[in-house]
Design a protein around this ligand. Sequence first.
Ligand code: IPE
Ligand code: IPE
Ligand code: MG
Length: 250
Amino acid sequence: MPKSLRKQILKQGDLPTHVAIIMDGNGRWAKSRNLPRVSGHKEGINSVREIVRVCGEIGVSYLTLYTFSSENWSRPKKEISAIMKLLVGTIRKEINNLHKNNVRLSTIGNLEALPVESQNGMKEGMEKTKNNTGLNLILALSYGSRQELLMAVQRIADKVQLGQLNSEQISEEDISRALYTSNVPDPDLLIRTGGEHRISNFLLWQSAYTELFLTDIYWPDFREESILKAIIEYQARQRRFGMTGEQVSA
Ligand code: IPE
Ligand code: IPE
Ligand code: MG
């Protein structure tokens, strides 16, 4: 099945350059099996491994994974520390394999808010893979889009105050450049697993014209076939960017 789906994707040709995913539903996946929430996070790592592999293999250039939001700090302390431990443990375990597969690891968000151990794990992983030229794997960690926009406004305001920039000259590019994602193209496809129909403070500026794919599948169950089907649906969409269908297909 995945083989024929891959063929279909190749035939269609227009792969999304940047796929972003809100990996939701770990807790409910665990609850539905009478397991503790952390088992859902653990199983979710298997989905991450598989989705990273498939995206790399089919030639997606950027994959951004919403791993921990600014608002997730409000969760019970026990769950937060379990997630942080899983994060370092996973990076340390997987980094050689990622490196071998030419994956370049990076992050967006307030990395400094993470426990030092997790920060160091991320930094080591990024350093090791910084010259790789395959899939760009971007983990959104302690990430919130409003906080990011606030930071951007502050940076730009500083420039205005220093006389380096005129307020009337501030452009959309200036704002894009002041975000964590300054070197990353806007996402083409945004997937949310777990059944909710909301953005939850993810890439608000960047996803102005992103195609949305919402699925009820819980993240630990979202695997190769699921992402291939999402990409096939994306390929069948007509992105109009405000224009008419006739203009776009001309
Ligand atoms: C997403 O799964 C993982 C994180 C937010 C860290 P959840 O933990 O939110 O799972 P649900 O939504 O409670 O099922
Ligand atoms: C979004 O999921 C954040 C991540 C997947 C990391 P949440 O579970 O935190 O979202 P809400 O609270 O249901 O909106
Ligand atoms: Mg959730």
